[in-house]
Design a protein around this ligand. Structure first.
Ligand code: ADP
Ligand code: MG
Length: 261
Protein backbone atom coordinates (compact mmCIF):
# COMPACT_ATOMS: atom_id res chain seq x y z
CA UNK A 1 0.00 0.00 0.00
CA UNK A 2 1.23 3.46 -0.84
CA UNK A 3 2.46 5.83 1.81
CA UNK A 4 0.22 8.12 3.79
CA UNK A 5 0.57 11.72 2.66
CA UNK A 6 -0.85 14.91 4.07
CA UNK A 7 -1.77 18.23 2.50
CA UNK A 8 -1.72 20.86 5.20
CA UNK A 9 -3.15 24.35 4.69
CA UNK A 10 -2.54 26.66 7.63
CA UNK A 11 -3.88 30.17 8.25
CA UNK A 12 -3.92 30.85 4.52
CA UNK A 13 -4.56 34.45 3.53
CA UNK A 14 -4.54 35.47 -0.12
CA UNK A 15 -5.33 38.61 -2.07
CA UNK A 16 -6.13 39.52 -5.63
CA UNK A 17 -5.06 43.05 -6.41
CA UNK A 18 -5.41 44.65 -3.00
CA UNK A 19 -8.56 42.75 -2.08
CA UNK A 20 -8.21 40.01 0.51
CA UNK A 21 -10.18 36.98 -0.71
CA UNK A 22 -8.97 34.16 1.55
CA UNK A 23 -8.95 35.17 5.19
CA UNK A 24 -7.32 32.42 7.19
CA UNK A 25 -8.04 28.92 5.86
CA UNK A 26 -7.04 25.86 7.88
CA UNK A 27 -7.49 22.47 6.26
CA UNK A 28 -5.79 19.13 6.56
CA UNK A 29 -6.33 16.42 3.97
CA UNK A 30 -4.85 12.93 4.15
CA UNK A 31 -4.35 10.23 1.52
CA UNK A 32 -7.56 8.42 0.62
CA UNK A 33 -9.82 11.08 2.13
CA UNK A 34 -12.46 13.14 0.31
CA UNK A 35 -13.08 16.61 1.71
CA UNK A 36 -15.73 18.86 0.23
CA UNK A 37 -15.43 22.63 0.27
CA UNK A 38 -18.87 24.12 -0.28
CA UNK A 39 -19.77 27.76 -0.52
CA UNK A 40 -21.84 30.37 -2.29
CA UNK A 41 -20.70 32.20 -5.41
CA UNK A 42 -17.83 34.54 -4.76
CA UNK A 43 -16.84 32.99 -1.43
CA UNK A 44 -13.30 32.22 -2.65
CA UNK A 45 -13.57 28.58 -3.74
CA UNK A 46 -11.81 28.99 -7.08
CA UNK A 47 -9.30 31.35 -5.46
CA UNK A 48 -8.40 28.56 -3.04
CA UNK A 49 -7.85 26.13 -5.92
CA UNK A 50 -5.72 28.66 -7.81
CA UNK A 51 -3.62 29.52 -4.77
CA UNK A 52 -3.04 25.83 -4.09
CA UNK A 53 -1.82 25.31 -7.64
CA UNK A 54 0.19 28.57 -7.80
CA UNK A 55 -1.65 30.41 -10.52
CA UNK A 56 -0.08 33.85 -11.09
CA UNK A 57 -1.99 36.93 -9.94
CA UNK A 58 -2.80 35.68 -6.43
CA UNK A 59 -0.70 36.95 -3.57
CA UNK A 60 -0.39 34.84 -0.45
CA UNK A 61 0.02 37.31 2.39
CA UNK A 62 0.07 34.87 5.34
CA UNK A 63 0.05 31.19 6.12
CA UNK A 64 1.43 28.06 4.54
CA UNK A 65 0.66 25.07 2.31
CA UNK A 66 2.69 21.92 2.81
CA UNK A 67 2.50 18.58 1.03
CA UNK A 68 4.28 16.35 3.56
CA UNK A 69 7.52 18.27 4.13
CA UNK A 70 7.38 20.18 0.85
CA UNK A 71 6.59 23.88 1.05
CA UNK A 72 4.31 24.25 -1.98
CA UNK A 73 4.20 28.04 -1.80
CA UNK A 74 7.91 28.09 -2.61
CA UNK A 75 7.37 26.17 -5.86
CA UNK A 76 6.19 27.16 -9.34
CA UNK A 77 3.11 25.47 -10.81
CA UNK A 78 4.85 22.60 -12.58
CA UNK A 79 6.89 21.68 -9.50
CA UNK A 80 3.71 21.57 -7.43
CA UNK A 81 2.35 19.13 -9.99
CA UNK A 82 5.57 17.15 -9.72
CA UNK A 83 5.19 17.10 -5.95
CA UNK A 84 1.86 15.35 -6.47
CA UNK A 85 -0.86 18.00 -6.69
CA UNK A 86 -3.38 17.94 -9.54
CA UNK A 87 -6.04 20.53 -10.32
CA UNK A 88 -9.16 19.86 -12.30
CA UNK A 89 -9.98 23.45 -13.14
CA UNK A 90 -13.52 24.81 -13.33
CA UNK A 91 -12.63 25.86 -16.86
CA UNK A 92 -9.98 23.46 -18.26
CA UNK A 93 -7.64 25.38 -20.53
CA UNK A 94 -7.47 24.70 -24.24
CA UNK A 95 -4.02 23.84 -25.50
CA UNK A 96 -3.93 24.29 -29.28
CA UNK A 97 -1.39 22.10 -31.03
CA UNK A 98 -0.77 19.75 -28.09
CA UNK A 99 -2.54 16.41 -27.77
CA UNK A 100 -3.30 14.65 -24.50
CA UNK A 101 -0.56 12.11 -25.11
CA UNK A 102 2.02 14.80 -25.88
CA UNK A 103 1.09 16.71 -22.73
CA UNK A 104 1.31 13.57 -20.58
CA UNK A 105 4.57 12.48 -22.21
CA UNK A 106 6.08 15.88 -21.38
CA UNK A 107 4.91 15.51 -17.78
CA UNK A 108 6.42 12.02 -17.55
CA UNK A 109 9.70 13.18 -19.09
CA UNK A 110 10.18 16.07 -16.66
CA UNK A 111 9.45 13.73 -13.75
CA UNK A 112 11.71 10.99 -15.07
CA UNK A 113 8.86 8.46 -15.04
CA UNK A 114 8.81 5.48 -17.38
CA UNK A 115 6.61 6.50 -20.32
CA UNK A 116 6.98 3.25 -22.27
CA UNK A 117 3.42 2.08 -21.61
CA UNK A 118 1.90 5.54 -21.72
CA UNK A 119 0.02 5.01 -24.98
CA UNK A 120 -1.61 1.80 -23.75
CA UNK A 121 -2.52 3.35 -20.43
CA UNK A 122 -4.13 6.36 -22.11
CA UNK A 123 -6.18 4.03 -24.31
CA UNK A 124 -7.26 1.88 -21.39
CA UNK A 125 -8.21 4.84 -19.18
CA UNK A 126 -10.04 6.62 -22.03
CA UNK A 127 -12.02 3.48 -22.62
CA UNK A 128 -12.78 3.12 -18.91
CA UNK A 129 -14.07 6.69 -18.53
CA UNK A 130 -15.83 6.65 -21.93
CA UNK A 131 -13.68 9.39 -23.42
CA UNK A 132 -14.02 9.09 -27.21
CA UNK A 133 -10.81 7.58 -28.57
CA UNK A 134 -11.32 9.60 -31.75
CA UNK A 135 -10.58 12.77 -29.75
CA UNK A 136 -7.19 11.57 -28.52
CA UNK A 137 -5.39 12.95 -31.55
CA UNK A 138 -6.98 16.37 -31.21
CA UNK A 139 -5.58 19.43 -29.42
CA UNK A 140 -6.18 19.23 -25.69
CA UNK A 141 -9.66 20.53 -24.77
CA UNK A 142 -10.07 22.45 -28.04
CA UNK A 143 -13.73 22.14 -29.06
CA UNK A 144 -14.37 19.48 -26.41
CA UNK A 145 -17.81 19.53 -24.81
CA UNK A 146 -18.08 20.11 -21.06
CA UNK A 147 -18.39 16.38 -20.45
CA UNK A 148 -15.50 15.51 -22.75
CA UNK A 149 -13.25 18.00 -20.95
CA UNK A 150 -13.96 16.48 -17.57
CA UNK A 151 -13.61 12.89 -18.83
CA UNK A 152 -10.32 13.94 -20.40
CA UNK A 153 -9.15 15.36 -17.06
CA UNK A 154 -9.97 11.97 -15.51
CA UNK A 155 -7.70 10.25 -18.04
CA UNK A 156 -4.89 12.60 -16.99
CA UNK A 157 -5.62 12.01 -13.31
CA UNK A 158 -5.66 8.24 -13.78
CA UNK A 159 -2.40 8.17 -15.73
CA UNK A 160 -0.48 10.74 -13.64
CA UNK A 161 -1.62 9.30 -10.29
CA UNK A 162 -1.15 12.45 -8.19
CA UNK A 163 -1.20 12.29 -4.40
CA UNK A 164 -3.89 14.98 -4.10
CA UNK A 165 -6.48 16.34 -6.52
CA UNK A 166 -8.39 19.59 -6.26
CA UNK A 167 -11.64 19.40 -8.22
CA UNK A 168 -13.10 22.87 -8.79
CA UNK A 169 -16.82 22.62 -9.53
CA UNK A 170 -16.30 19.42 -11.46
CA UNK A 171 -20.10 19.12 -11.55
CA UNK A 172 -20.65 22.33 -13.50
CA UNK A 173 -21.76 21.69 -17.05
CA UNK A 174 -21.98 17.91 -16.56
CA UNK A 175 -25.05 15.82 -17.18
CA UNK A 176 -25.85 13.16 -14.61
CA UNK A 177 -24.21 10.31 -16.58
CA UNK A 178 -20.94 12.18 -16.98
CA UNK A 179 -21.07 13.26 -13.34
CA UNK A 180 -21.54 9.66 -12.26
CA UNK A 181 -18.68 8.38 -14.45
CA UNK A 182 -16.31 11.08 -13.27
CA UNK A 183 -17.25 10.64 -9.60
CA UNK A 184 -16.81 6.86 -9.86
CA UNK A 185 -13.34 7.26 -11.37
CA UNK A 186 -12.33 9.66 -8.61
CA UNK A 187 -13.67 7.25 -6.01
CA UNK A 188 -11.70 4.35 -7.51
CA UNK A 189 -8.56 6.50 -7.30
CA UNK A 190 -9.22 7.28 -3.63
CA UNK A 191 -9.54 3.57 -2.89
CA UNK A 192 -6.89 2.05 -5.17
CA UNK A 193 -4.28 4.80 -5.31
CA UNK A 194 -5.16 6.44 -1.98
CA UNK A 195 -5.77 9.73 -3.80
CA UNK A 196 -6.75 12.54 -1.46
CA UNK A 197 -9.49 14.78 -2.88
CA UNK A 198 -10.55 18.34 -2.22
CA UNK A 199 -13.90 18.59 -3.99
CA UNK A 200 -14.99 22.20 -4.36
CA UNK A 201 -18.65 22.66 -5.15
CA UNK A 202 -21.58 25.00 -4.84
CA UNK A 203 -24.19 22.25 -4.94
CA UNK A 204 -24.61 19.05 -3.01
CA UNK A 205 -25.49 16.89 -6.04
CA UNK A 206 -21.80 16.04 -6.58
CA UNK A 207 -21.63 14.79 -3.01
CA UNK A 208 -24.39 12.29 -3.63
CA UNK A 209 -22.03 10.60 -6.09
CA UNK A 210 -18.72 11.30 -4.41
CA UNK A 211 -19.24 10.67 -0.72
CA UNK A 212 -17.13 13.09 1.34
CA UNK A 213 -15.53 12.20 4.66
CA UNK A 214 -15.61 15.85 5.71
CA UNK A 215 -17.53 18.91 4.55
CA UNK A 216 -16.29 22.48 5.02
CA UNK A 217 -18.40 25.56 4.39
CA UNK A 218 -16.47 28.48 2.90
CA UNK A 219 -18.09 31.87 3.40
CA UNK A 220 -16.40 35.19 2.60
CA UNK A 221 -12.98 33.57 2.51
CA UNK A 222 -13.27 31.76 5.82
CA UNK A 223 -14.31 28.26 6.86
CA UNK A 224 -17.55 29.00 8.66
CA UNK A 225 -18.33 25.38 9.59
CA UNK A 226 -16.92 21.86 9.22
CA UNK A 227 -18.67 18.55 9.69
CA UNK A 228 -19.58 15.18 8.29
CA UNK A 229 -21.64 14.40 5.15
CA UNK A 230 -24.80 15.48 6.97
CA UNK A 231 -23.60 19.08 6.72
CA UNK A 232 -23.97 18.89 2.93
CA UNK A 233 -27.49 17.55 3.30
CA UNK A 234 -28.36 20.37 5.65
CA UNK A 235 -26.98 22.93 3.18
CA UNK A 236 -29.14 21.47 0.46
CA UNK A 237 -32.21 22.24 2.57
CA UNK A 238 -31.26 25.60 4.03
CA UNK A 239 -28.81 27.03 1.48
CA UNK A 240 -26.25 29.43 2.83
CA UNK A 241 -28.79 31.72 4.51
CA UNK A 242 -27.79 30.72 8.02
CA UNK A 243 -24.28 31.97 7.24
CA UNK A 244 -25.69 35.38 6.44
CA UNK A 245 -25.50 34.88 2.70
CA UNK A 246 -28.34 36.07 0.49
CA UNK A 247 -27.82 34.55 -2.90
CA UNK A 248 -28.80 36.11 -6.15
CA UNK A 249 -31.71 33.79 -7.11
CA UNK A 250 -30.62 33.95 -10.73
CA UNK A 251 -27.29 32.47 -9.75
CA UNK A 252 -28.66 30.00 -7.23
CA UNK A 253 -30.47 27.97 -9.88
CA UNK A 254 -28.16 25.22 -11.16
CA UNK A 255 -27.13 26.22 -14.66
CA UNK A 256 -28.00 22.75 -15.89
CA UNK A 257 -31.69 23.41 -15.31
CA UNK A 258 -31.56 26.50 -17.47
CA UNK A 259 -29.44 24.75 -20.05
CA UNK A 260 -26.71 27.36 -19.63
CA UNK A 261 -23.31 25.77 -19.95
P1 ADP B 1 -16.04 31.23 -6.06
O1 ADP B 1 -15.21 30.27 -6.85
O2 ADP B 1 -16.33 30.78 -4.68
O3 ADP B 1 -17.30 31.61 -6.77
P2 ADP B 1 -13.86 33.09 -6.53
O4 ADP B 1 -12.71 32.52 -5.80
O5 ADP B 1 -13.89 32.89 -8.00
O6 ADP B 1 -15.22 32.59 -5.85
O7 ADP B 1 -13.95 34.64 -6.25
C1 ADP B 1 -13.92 35.19 -4.93
C2 ADP B 1 -13.88 36.71 -4.99
O8 ADP B 1 -12.65 37.12 -5.54
C3 ADP B 1 -14.95 37.32 -5.87
O9 ADP B 1 -15.39 38.48 -5.23
C4 ADP B 1 -14.23 37.63 -7.15
O10 ADP B 1 -14.82 38.73 -7.79
C5 ADP B 1 -12.83 37.93 -6.66
N1 ADP B 1 -11.80 37.56 -7.66
C6 ADP B 1 -11.42 36.32 -7.98
N2 ADP B 1 -10.47 36.30 -8.92
C7 ADP B 1 -10.25 37.60 -9.21
C8 ADP B 1 -9.37 38.29 -10.13
N3 ADP B 1 -8.53 37.61 -10.90
N4 ADP B 1 -9.42 39.63 -10.14
C9 ADP B 1 -10.26 40.32 -9.32
N5 ADP B 1 -11.09 39.74 -8.46
C10 ADP B 1 -11.11 38.41 -8.39
MG1 MG C 1 -15.48 29.22 -8.64
Amino acid sequence: MSRQHVLRIENLHASVGHKEILRGIDLQLKSGEVHAVMGPNGSGKSTLSHVLMGKPGYEVTRGSIFLDDTDLLALPVWERAQAGLFLVSQYPIEVPGVSLEEALRAAFDTTGLDASELHQRILAESDGIRFPLALLGRSLNVDFSGGEKKRNEMVQLAVLKPKFAVLDEIDSGLDIDALRDVSKRVEVATNNDRLGVLAITHYSRLLKELRPDRVHVLVRGEIAASGGPDLAEQLEKTGYAEYGVVEDPGKAVPSGILGLH
